[in-house]
Design a protein around this ligand. Sequence first.
Ligand code: SF4
Length: 345
Amino acid sequence: MRWENLRDDVTSQSMLPIEVVAPTPDRGSGRAGLGTPAAAPIASDDGEPIAIEIRARSIINRVPGESRVPFRWTINPYRGCGHACRYCFARQTHTYLDLDAGHDFDSKIMVKVNAGALVRRELTDPRWAGEPIAMGTNTDPYQRAEGRYRLMREIVAALRDAANPFSILTKGTLILRDLGLIADAARRAAVSIAVSVGCTDEALWRAVEPGAPSPRRRLEVIERFAAAGIEGSVLMAPILPGLSDDDEHIDRTIATIAAAGARSVTPLPLHLRPGAREWYRDWLRAEHPDLLPLYGRLYGRGSYAPAHYQRDVIARVQGAARRYGLGPVGPATSRRLPAQRSTPL
Ligand code: SF4
């Protein structure tokens, strides 16, 4: 496994060296289902869930100029994600570590144990201008490992103390642990939270997001935050061709999102970047081989479905949102990233 010249963030072109540290003793919050690695080298694809503790050199990352994402700065305390979504666009980042983009991404979780201290230090740097910081842009900050490491508590506390605006996108109901802290921060600076729910079909959730809390529990996060005076948004992503892009799925999902009290919904049809592309295709081939021709037509030429398909899906989501009095419906291409070479689907 390479431990040098590691790319810290899929949205960052900089290669940041990181340092592996000895595992910390139990922090009193359990192991979150994660073991500690045996002596190096860490075995790839052995299926063993482990936390690999690392010491990052810096934590607030600048998004490269060519990225068409609506934020300039990010914090990502974890690499890899136990939520194990089949389609996760961050999968490829694990290959920079000589781990694979499949099971290793789901089970070999890099934990930046000094994230909280780094955030405090970087926020007080005289060159820092107090710009908004987005979290949950690469891997999920409230994934299971956070139950043990509590890095987000330290990060949110540092942002609150600096009155620095921030946003959090997650599928993790663990964010409710920090509701009071986030509400406190929201009294001092602009804070927004969002959960991602592509659809509310339970069978589909178990198949494509096997490590994530159920969509209904994610929407309870929106309800709880709304009750605390913080209206949350929903990233309706990804909408899966042939699986959740029909009117019935869209209608049911929008109805549930509206009932949860979401402020807005942003639909985003599936995109399949390298890494996710192969992992998702293997699942599709095993579970829905009849859909392979459709996916070949939509993703045969690249990571993004054709514009006409995206326009159609988004228009139908907008129609459903109007029917349920939900709005505004945001733009749909917020996470478009620089193009990469794609393998055939
Ligand atoms: S929750 Fe987000 S970061 Fe985690 S696996 Fe799913 S898509 Fe990837």
